[in-house]
Design a protein. Structure first.
Length: 388
């Protein structure tokens, strides 16, 4: 059975409304609504809503049921083309409160005409088949998403970027104040100030935490744009994690300049090693984010479970301590945490006097396993990410 590309965007006891892609179909297109297999109403497609591409034209449809025959809970609805029997994607629908809420959320995520025009302008340079490689198309699509993410995060309010700097500063001041309260405020840690030492732990930790949290339900934020064949859920999560990492790199550079301004000697042991650590943590974050996003889409209740599991990460990821400071009985358990290895190796790349105990093999292996599991879950449930 062929499928009509479109969506039901409004559902009530007396009306069913939506749109479909009428490109390539003979005029006029007559649709019928079946309620539990019986004909409920007919309609002819209305005027075009928007021309998305040369051969793709959105047209509205609407069915209005008689006042004396409203839809009842449990009714199964099917929208189909009378001419060839093609059924609208997502049908049959079951009329109940849950379906109505789901359709309302999906309609809210649909792009407006202005957003469609913006995306058309952003991807106008995308090649036609045969002109460029698929990698070139992928790169152009990511560039369009980066511009959109930049506008959404920092284009509407300057306070967003200010908060990106203030949030780690609040943690730095808090950790430093605790250290002063313990009477160790003036002691250096491996030849550097306590605040600088804490900062080197906060950077990789916040990169992971912010990137991972942006993945939770991230594919739903741009669901209305999946009608563009260049846009895939994986692109959304990749750009979100990349954007968080780039933002933290900018914040890291600004605060590093501030430390140098106030007299802290900045002499990294190995910048390339630091770049390798952060790149590995990027792969780990993206893989774990893919897996978590699939869990949130398939089981929305899992978001609360993930939120609870996140809370102790700050205490067990080595932000304010090093591996050699942990008692032997506890250390073996904490070393199962890949973030602890990433933070430790990042400090080792930046401090001359610090000999890291973190394992490169464990960090890279964890990143590889997380990415494999994330890609496997994404491949298995990709259709659900596109439609749910």
């Amino acid at each position: 059975m062929s499928v009509l590309e479109g969506l039901v965007t409004s559902l009530s006891s007396h009306a069913v409304e939506g749109w479909l892609d009428a490109g390539g179909r003979p005029e006029p297109v007559v649709l019928e609504l079946l309620v539990d297999g019986r004909q409920g109403a007919r309609c002819v497609l209305g005027a075009p809503l928007a021309q998305v591409e040369a051969l793709r034209v959105r047209r509205a449809f609407g069915f209005h049921l008689p006042a004396d025959a409203p839809l009842q809970d449990g009714d199964r609805l099917v929208v189909r083309d009378i001419r060839d029997g093609a059924v609208l994607r997502g049908c049959p629908l079951r009329f109940d409160a849950g379906t109505v809420r789901s359709i309302e959320k999906r309609a809210a995520a649909e792009p407006s005409a202005e957003e469609i025009e913006q995306m058309r302008a952003l991807i106008a340079a995308l090649p036609r088949p045969g002109q460029r490689t698929s990698w070139a198309v992928f790169g152009n699509a990511l560039g369009a998403f980066v511009l959109r993410e930049l506008r959404d995060r920092f284009g509407r309010s300057r306070s967003a970027f200010i908060w990106a700097i203030l949030q780690p500063m609040v943690f730095l001041v808090g950790l430093t104040a605790i250290r002063h309260a313990l009477g160790r405020g003036r002691e250096d840690i491996y030849g550097v100030s306590g605040m600088y030492f804490f900062w080197l732990g906060l950077v990789p930790f916040f990169m992971f935490l912010h990137g991972f949290n942006r993945c939770l339900g991230g594919t739903r934020a741009y669901r209305g744009l999946y009608q563009f064949r260049q846009v895939q859920p994986f692109d959304v999560l990749l750009v979100r994690v990349l954007f968080e990492f780039l933002t933290m790199i900018v914040v890291f550079t600004l605060l590093l300049t501030g430390f140098a301004w106030f007299g802290q000697q900045i002499s990294a042991d190995n910048w390339l090693l630091l770049a390798l650590v952060l790149s590995t943590m990027f792969v780990f974050t993206l893989g774990l984010g893919l897996l978590a996003d699939v869990c949130v889409v398939k089981l929305p209740e899992s978001r609360q479970v993930i939120s609870v599991l996140e809370r102790p990460l700050f205490l067990i990821s080595g932000v304010f301590f090093t591996i050699d400071q942990v008692p032997a009985g506890v250390r073996e358990w904490l070393l199962w945490n890949p973030l602890l290895h990433g933070v430790d190796l990042a400090r080792g790349a930046m401090l001359h006097k610090y000999d890291p105990l973190g394992s490169w093999a464990y960090l890279i292996g964890s990143a590889g396993v997380a990415m494999l599991l994330g890609l496997a879950a994404y491949r298995r449930y990709r259709r659900d990410l596109l439609t749910q």
